[in-house]
Design a protein around this ligand. Structure first.
Ligand SMILES: Cc1cc2nc3c(=O)[nH]c(=O)nc-3n(C[C@H](O)[C@H](O)[C@H](O)COP(=O)(O)OP(=O)(O)OC[C@H]3O[C@@H](n4cnc5c(N)ncnc54)[C@H](O)[C@@H]3O)c2cc1C
Length: 321
């Protein structure tokens, strides 16, 4: 398509998209053969870290993400930074953004204040989460007047802030606190019934875990898109830290191939990125996934290598009008 045409078509698309709700926009990113690409970042602790994040995003924005997300720190410690980063990504890079939000340590009034601010900053979507119990505590206990589970948060956002698109977390290998797989799935359905537009999965290293999860979701009538979450391994020490937190299973063969090389070496990077590339290729071609969510850890090299290697179908930019 010639450049002038592309400009006209994009302008027309933006006009159409600006007239539909954010909720529809989020679903739209994965609908009708489109491929929704999203990147997740976390709020850095220092000004250098922040500058670094935007430099890395500059590399990744070239691949036309549907949206970028910024996480919410444990105990709500980063809520202002979460919004500041999301809002700057939108302003400076003209990309749609999601702010993560958890119920940890938050009253309903705290959550309202966050959502008001998010609306003011023109955040498009909310990744609505319960969050983990604070460090040293085994069980999540809601504060008085707060929410006990993510489905309650989703219902609250849908009712009081209908302008946002809503994403929720799903667990291919079952959430570590869930008593069993069935009750975890029933919970996921509660989140979708409460109004979630899309499920983004916890990271996993064996696609079969994801496919079985997706089949179970379909079997209980979950119909929104279920998007695989991919964290390319770049070092064994990093992998061990992440797996200790979320309990994902690492295939033995992958660990063996990684451990041939010293920690944090180019060899480990290559093995990890090769594995993630094959995962994404399979999820798209065999699994027919309508999108992928990359846990970027504020770096671009691994994800950009994957995106350069693969030709993903029909990626469309949903930049705001
Ligand atoms: C894509 C993604 C993004 C994330 N981003 C962040 C982030 O930004 N900040 C952060 O701190 N953490 C984040 N997390 C981690 C997440 O907060 C933890 O996994 C947390 O332990 C669960 O959150 P949830 O929203 O899935 O909880 P929920 O859906 O509420 O589930 C929590 C547990 O309770 C069970 N449960 C739910 N509802 C009920 C019910 N009604 N009755 C009985 N049991 C129930 C579930 O089966 C599950 O075991 C993210 C995870 C993912 C996958």
């Amino acid at each position: 398509m010639c450049a002038a045409w592309r400009v006209r078509v994009n302008a027309a698309k933006r006009t159409v998209l600006s007239t539909i709700s954010k909720s529809s926009q989020l679903r739209h990113a994965y609908a009708d053969g489109r491929f929704g690409l999203s990147y997740e970042f976390f709020p850095p602790k220092t000004a250098e870290g922040e500058a670094d994040l935007f430099e890395h995003f500059q590399e990744l924005v070239k691949y036309n993400p549907s949206f970028a997300t910024c996480t919410y720190g444990a105990g709500g410690s980063t809520c202002e930074k979460t919004l500041a980063i999301a809002s700057r990504l939108k302003r400076d890079y003209d990309v749609r953004v999601a702010a993560h939000l958890t119920c940890v340590g938050a009253t309903r009034a705290d959550i309202e204040a966050f959502l008001e601010q998010a609306r003011e900053e023109d955040v498009d979507y909310i990744m609505a989460l319960r969050g983990d119990p604070p460090k040293g505590e085994k069980k999540f206990v809601p504060v008085a007047g707060g929410f006990g589970y993510a489905n309650e948060l989703v219902a609250f956002i849908r009712e009081s802030y209908p302008g946002f698109g809503i994403a929720v977390a799903g667990y291919p290998e079952t959430h570590p606190e869930a008593p069993n797989r069935t009750s975890d799935l029933e919970n996921l359905r509660r989140k979708v019934d409460a109004g979630a537009d899309v499920v983004v999965s916890q990271l996993f290293y064996d696609n079969e875990d994801f496919y079985r999860f997706r089949d179970r979701c379909e079997a209980i009538g979950i119909e929104v898109p279920i998007i695989p979450g991919i964290l390319p391994v770049t070092a064994v020490s990093q992998l061990k830290r992440v797996v200790a937190l979320c309990g994902a299973h690492v295939p033995e063969a992958l660990m063996e191939r990684l451990e041939v090389h010293p920690d944090k070496s180019q060899g480990q990077f290559d093995v990890g990125v090769y594995h993630a590339t094959r995962q994404v290729e399979d999820l798209v071609s065999r699994g027919g996934c309508p999108g992928v969510h990359f846990y970027c850890l504020n770096k671009s090299r691994a994800v950009a290598t994957i995106l350069r290697t693969l030709t993903l179908p029909n990626i469309e930019t949903f930049r705001h009008a």
